[in-house]
Design a protein around this ligand. Structure first.
Ligand SMILES: NC(=O)c1ccc[n+]([C@@H]2O[C@H](COP(=O)([O-])OP(=O)(O)OC[C@H]3O[C@@H](n4cnc5c(N)ncnc54)[C@H](O)[C@@H]3O)[C@@H](O)[C@H]2O)c1
Length: 255
């Protein structure tokens, strides 16, 4: 693994990540903890969160704050962010990472399944940001990072709800960046390409699909969760202090 950068401004910064137990979220929990940040996260996957905390502790890092929360329950989501803020003495960074990319047939999609898709992929980012802004304003500023996807730009089939929600996050970024810029709150979007997480390996990443992907990208290597995490570190650190209202693609050159 290459030797990555340390950002002095992240030391002691209070960072909250949604969906932090596995995948890119877990890589961010680890990456921010390794920078000396105070990390909190939530997820449904309690066992994975415990295993991650043990792994960080064994590596000599602080055990992250964690609560099992379903992000589709807005009140519980907001309470978790507020409680982390109270326990840590504020909130500097929110990463809206949680998502569910389950494929669905547009014509078989019901009103309930559409709303459930929006709840986990878009609505929770709004409600988390709403609570975070209050805490960040009180602390003199902050950074919000929304995880969209290159699928918001490319619009693949079999996942219209996910695509629409991820496109919605681009708008949410702009709306919050404009409104809360005067409060020194920066808001940016990360749009990953195909990042090789365990879930992708288990569900979608066949040999055939991966060769097709490799044909389309400039860099013929897998994108690892840490690659997306490194971009989040930069967007959270003071090194990006004049960057807001932007979209950052990390896809090995697919788009
Ligand atoms: N992995 C990729 O190839 C890829 C590509 C483009 C965009 N992204 C985006 O990057 C982000 C992270 O991707 P990932 O692949 O690590 O995500 P993921 O689908 O593996 O899930 C992230 C985490 O969210 C948790 N989660 C799911 N539903 C939840 C709920 N209702 N309440 C609380 N937690 C819940 C899961 O347990 C998991 O730990 C997502 O926003 C995703 O859309 C990922």
């Amino acid at each position: 693994m290459p030797d990555f950068t340390t950002y002095p401004s992240l030391r002691g910064r209070k960072v909250f990540i949604t969906g932090g137990a596995t995948g890119i979220g877990a890589a961010m929990v680890e990456a921010f903890a390794a920078q000396g940040a105070v990390v909190g996260h939530l997820d449904l996957a309690t066992e994975a969160a415990e295993a991650l905390a043990d792994q960080l502790e064994q590596a000599g890092l602080a055990r992250p704050w964690f609560r099992r929360v379903d992000v589709t329950e807005a009140a519980a989501l907001k309470a978790a962010i507020a409680d982390f803020g109270a326990a840590s003495g504020g909130l500097d960074v929110l990463v809206n990472n949680v998502a569910n990319d389950t494929r669905h047939d547009p014509l078989a999609t019901t009103e309930a399944s559409w709303r459930a898709c929006m709840a986990v992929n878009l609505d929770c980012a709004f409600f988390a940001s709403q609570r975070a802004v209050e805490l960040m304003r009180a602390g003199g500023g902050g950074a919000i990072i929304n995880f969209s996807s290159i699928n918001a730009l490319l619009g693949p089939s079999e996942m219209p709800g996910y695509v629409a929600a991820k496109a919605g996050l681009l708008g949410l970024t702009k709306a919050f960046a404009r409104q809360y810029g005067p409060d020194r709150i920066r808001v940016n979007t990360i749009l990953p390409g195909w990042v090789v997480t365990q879930r992708q390996l288990d569900l979608w990443l066949t040999e055939e699909a991966e060769s097709a992907w490799m044909e389309q990208v400039c860099l013929k290597q897998r994108i690892e969760p840490v690659d997306a995490a490194n971009l989040a570190l930069f967007l959270a650190a003071d090194d990006s202090r004049m960057i807001t209202n932007q979209q950052f693609v990390i896809d090995g050159g697919r788009v």
